[in-house]
Design a protein around this ligand. Structure first.
Ligand code: XIL
Length: 333
């Protein structure tokens, strides 16, 4: 099982020496937290900015680490002109084709895989595909098209569908339907990424086990791509990036109470039992340590403690638990 983490900013400058050491020592695959999203990569029509992505690749290759590209098609962090209402289908097609061919072409042969499409199915009890600008402009065919363009441009790179809460039955069924749609268009992905933005005491272990089984039964590699366990109570569920919580509470600014850290450790332990049992191929944490987590500023600003390493890059109780599971599993094999 590969162990990864997301890194933000432009490397190496955005990580301290201690964080660089942490990332190098504990992880073997990196995901760029923001710099390979459509908006940052193509801020203006036809102008591409690969500087931060190239620096990340250089950082990784110096350390023998792999890199996963994130992401080619998403409704967030994408310049509004790209699939703007009113540009017409052929122009939207041209935009998608130019973006994917340019970006996948630039990184051809250098990445392990791409999250081709991110978050394409709806939340909630009803519905199927999320009403995104790409869907409005191109119809459902945007999904197989994105995979086809990526595959044509780099035939050797792995291609993934990535989304949050797709372990929960309603979204899981929609995701299986989407995977069928890709399959019947001849664009079956190599794998599916369950983001794994979970909340302390609300981790849906049974749903996760079922989803891991069902996705693997489709012959797909299953990855946990953005793992964290939020410890701060919030009102907004899920991981919709545009959602904002109204409460500005910051209960753990002075530190995370030990009993919470212990509960978090046990929940991480239980998760890794499942990941190992179901042969998850990669687990990527969404950040190297608690100082660098997006949960410090989303869905509202507060001091969060969701990862295995604390603000000083020191291992938390969860780290020892995860290591112990890995060891037990290795011994049992
Ligand atoms: C987040 C980043 O961590 C933040 O820095 C950024 O402001 C918003 O996006 N699902 C995804 C990730 O697929 O790309 C998101 O990352 C978190 C939710």
């Amino acid at each position: 099982m590969q162990m990864g983490c997301a890194v933000g900013g432009t490397l190496p400058g955005s990580l301290s020496p201690v964080e660089t050491e942490l990332v190098t020592r504990h992880f073997n695959v990196l995901t760029p937290e923001n710099c390979m999203k459509p908006g940052p990569l193509q801020p203006e029509p036809g102008r591409f900015d690969f500087a931060a992505g190239d620096a990340l690749l250089h950082f990784a290759s110096e350390r023998g680490m792999h890199v996963v590209g994130h992401t080619l098609v998403w409704h967030n962090q994408t310049s509004p002109w790209m699939y703007a209402a009113g540009i017409g289908k052929s122009e939207a097609l041209r935009q998608m084709e130019q973006h994917i061919r340019t970006v996948v072409g630039h990184y051809r042969g250098k990445l392990q895989g791409w999250d081709v499409v991110n978050e394409a199915v709806v939340d909630g009890p009803e519905g199927y595909l999320r009403e995104t600008p790409a869907l409005a402009a191109l119809g459902t065919e945007y999904l197989p098209l994105a995979f086809r363009l990526a595959r044509e441009t780099d035939p050797d790179v792995e291609l993934y569908y990535n989304d949050y809460s797709i372990e929960v039955p309603a979204k899981r069924e929609r995701t299986l339907r989407l995977l069928d749609l890709l399959d019947s268009a001849g664009q079956k992905p190599h794998g599916v990424g369950i983001q794994g933005h979970w909340i302390l005491d609300e981790v849906p272990f049974d749903d996760i086990a079922t989803a891991l089984r069902l996705f693997s039964e489709r012959g797909l590699r299953v990855m946990i791509t953005e793992l964290d366990i939020d410890v701060v109570p919030r009102k907004t569920a899920g991981a919709e990036v545009t959602a904002r919580s109204a409460d500005g509470d910051d209960p753990y600014a002075a530190g995370c109470p030990p009993e919470l850290l212990e509960r978090q450790a046990r929940q991480y332990e239980q998760l890794f039992e499942l990941f190992l049992e179901h042969e998850v191929s990669r687990v990527t944490f969404w950040g190297p340590n608690d100082a660098r987590t997006w949960l410090n500023y989303w869905p509202s600003a507060r001091t969060n403690h969701p990862l295995l390493f604390d603000r000083n890059s020191q291992p938390k109780p969860a780290y020892a638990r995860v290591m112990a599971v890995a060891e037990r599993h290795a011994l049992a094999r």
